[in-house]
Design a protein around this ligand. Structure first.
Ligand code: FRU
Length: 536
């Protein structure tokens, strides 16, 4: 069955079949994590959008449930689009989502669980008075979507923000106030706007603590708290964030650094990644981030294999108070429950221009933790390159060095994940963290890119990376999660038992010393909910 082809992942969330896009309304309720998602029940390409639904005890093993919402009302007949959940103080749950109406207008709708005593939240009622918000004057009918989780201000009123654009290119997020989630008032001005960024989809807005390792509930504000604003840019299909300050009186958000504003600064993930959304997990006091990973093969290939796309391993999100400029994203600790046997390699010397095999056998499902130190051999000149360049083949004094994942023995296919420290004119190093898909597959009809972005490496830090390998996805985290890259690869040789792992150092002027711990990862159970069975 093509559905169970090797490209299918073993521990990333995917529907049994057909198309999935954005994560929707993630929440924790009565012992279960719930994930809803944009889903086409009929095909492996986008269309007929409903809300798929799955639950998990631990964010890793998942049970599919029946569709939560389908397009069956005039206010969502062309699609039950992206939305978010809000918990009210009395324990009720409200779900706000975008519907595409019978007149092709994007409106916001309200839904709630039909039965709050059901931990599975199987049935959802749509408010009969929907829609609760329609595009305001000046906003196009198809530029008004993806309401956030609501938060409550000091005046006791709830706020929700909704991405849009004005005059084609001014990306922005509108703010509505409500007391009852039925009647809404559009506030003057916007939460924030950035010229040239176009339509903002899937806005996410949440607080982070400046100190400590706990996540915050969405309504947290005050001293010691910053606010993150994230937008998914429709024009470029990438997720951007910025860290700043929220003023709950004016309902305005200001970036800490205007040069790194939303859409022109940091990216949530420098790879194939979109439509991300966080939620607060009250059970473990974490803020957890979901993100959608699209395919990069052809639509025909997706139709043939009968499915398309997956979600990342959920990640905790914290403010990085060491840099003060970045978030830290890290795979939830529950993924470590999949760890099987491990192998340690200590102080492996990787000389300039060399490749060292890591003898761990099959390398399709791995959790890799690696640390690198460099020893300079020659004095360096200023480097020209200021990014990931042409990938792993482009040599500098200090890099690239890192690992080759999903490679076959003869290196006919390989995906380098690497650091590239670049010598700047003032003598300091700027480091880039990159993934190079160019030789990841012999297939010529897949999209192969060099991905990456800058990563701060502080004075007292070694270069470190964590890499999750799962057949056709590689999720890579540098410096504790300051810079993250998700990459889809479609090898034809480096599959199943033929996949191997290597170290490489393509620098001209440094030797590298690498220390690694590598775990084989088990597959997760991801299957239909066993209704009717007595144990699960
Ligand atoms: C983002 C998005 C959202 C929309 C949904 C439709 O990928 O376009 O803006 O609500 O997908 O499926």
């Amino acid at each position: 069955n093509a559905m169970f082809s090797w490209q299918r992942t073993a521990y990333h969330f995917q529907p049994e079949k057909n198309w999935m896009n954005d994560p929707n309304g993630p929440l924790y309720y009565k012992g279960w994590y719930h994930l809803f998602y944009q889903y086409n029940p009929f095909s492996a390409i986008w269309g007929n959008i409903t809300w798929g639904h799955a639950v998990s005890r631990d964010l890793i093993h998942w049970l599919y449930l029946p569709l939560a919402m389908v397009p069956d009302q005039w206010f969502d007949i062309y699609g039950v689009w992206t939305g978010s959940a809000t918990f009210l103080p009395d324990g009720k749950i409200v779900m706000l989502y975008t519907g595409k109406t019978n007149g092709s207008v994007q409106v916001q709708n309200l839904a709630y669980p039909a039965n709050l005593s059901d931990p599975l939240l199987l049935h959802w009622d749509k408010y009969p008075g929907n829609p609760v918000m329609v595009p305001p004057p000046g906003i196009q009918d198809d530029d008004f979507r993806d309401p956030t989780t609501a938060w409550v201000g000091p005046d006791g009123k709830w706020r929700v923000t909704i991405g849009s654009r004005f005059n084609t290119t001014l990306g922005l997020s509108l703010v509505y106030q409500t007391k009852n989630f039925i009647d809404y008032e559009l506030l003057d001005g916007v939460l924030h706007a950035v010229p040239g960024t176009g339509m903002w989809e899937c806005v996410d807005f949440y607080p982070v603590a400046i100190n400590g390792s706990l996540g915050l509930d969405t309504s947290a504000m005050g001293p010691g708290i910053k606010h993150v604003l994230k937008a998914s840019l429709d024009d470029t299909k990438v997720d951007h964030y910025a860290i700043g300050t929220y003023d709950p009186i004016k309902d305005k958000w200001t970036p800490d650094n205007p040069k790194m504003d939303v859409g022109i600064g940091l990216r949530v993930d420098y790879g194939r990644y979109y439509a991300s959304k966080t939620f607060f997990d009250p059970h473990t006091q974490r803020r957890i981030l979901w993100g959608w990973i699209n395919e990069t093969d052809t639509e025909n290939a997706d139709l043939r294999k009968g499915w398309a796309s997956l979600q990342t391993i959920p990640r905790t999100v914290l403010f990085d108070n060491k840099t003060g400029t970045h978030l830290l994203q890290w795979p939830v600790k529950e993924v470590e429950s999949l760890r099987l046997n491990s192998t340690v390699f200590k102080d492996v010397l990787v000389e300039a221009g060399s490749i060292v095999p890591l003898d761990i056998g099959t390398a399709t499902q791995l959790d890799i933790v690696a640390e690198f130190e460099i020893e300079q051999l020659e004095s360096s000149t200023t480097d020209e390159a200021s990014d990931c360049g042409n990938g792993a083949v482009e040599r500098n004094t200090f890099g690239p060095f890192g690992i080759l994942v999903i490679a076959d023995d003869s290196l006919s296919e390989l995906t380098p994940v690497f650091f590239r420290p670049v010598n700047t004119s003032d003598g300091s190093l700027n480091t880039y963290f990159c993934t190079d898909e160019k030789r990841s597959s012999k297939a010529n009809d897949v999209f192969k890119q060099v991905y990456g972005g800058e990563v701060p490496v502080l004075e007292d830090e070694k270069y470190n990376m964590r890499v999750l390998v799962d057949h056709s996805i590689v999720e890579s985290f540098a410096q504790g999660g300051r810079t993250v890259i998700s990459s889809r690869v479609y090898p034809t040789e480096a599959i199943y038992g033929a996949a191997r792992l290597f170290l490489f150092n393509n620098a001209t002027g440094v030797n590298v010393k690498a220390t690694l711990k590598i775990w084989d990862l088990n597959s997760a159970f991801i299957r239909p909910f066993p209704f009717g069975e007595t144990t699960i």
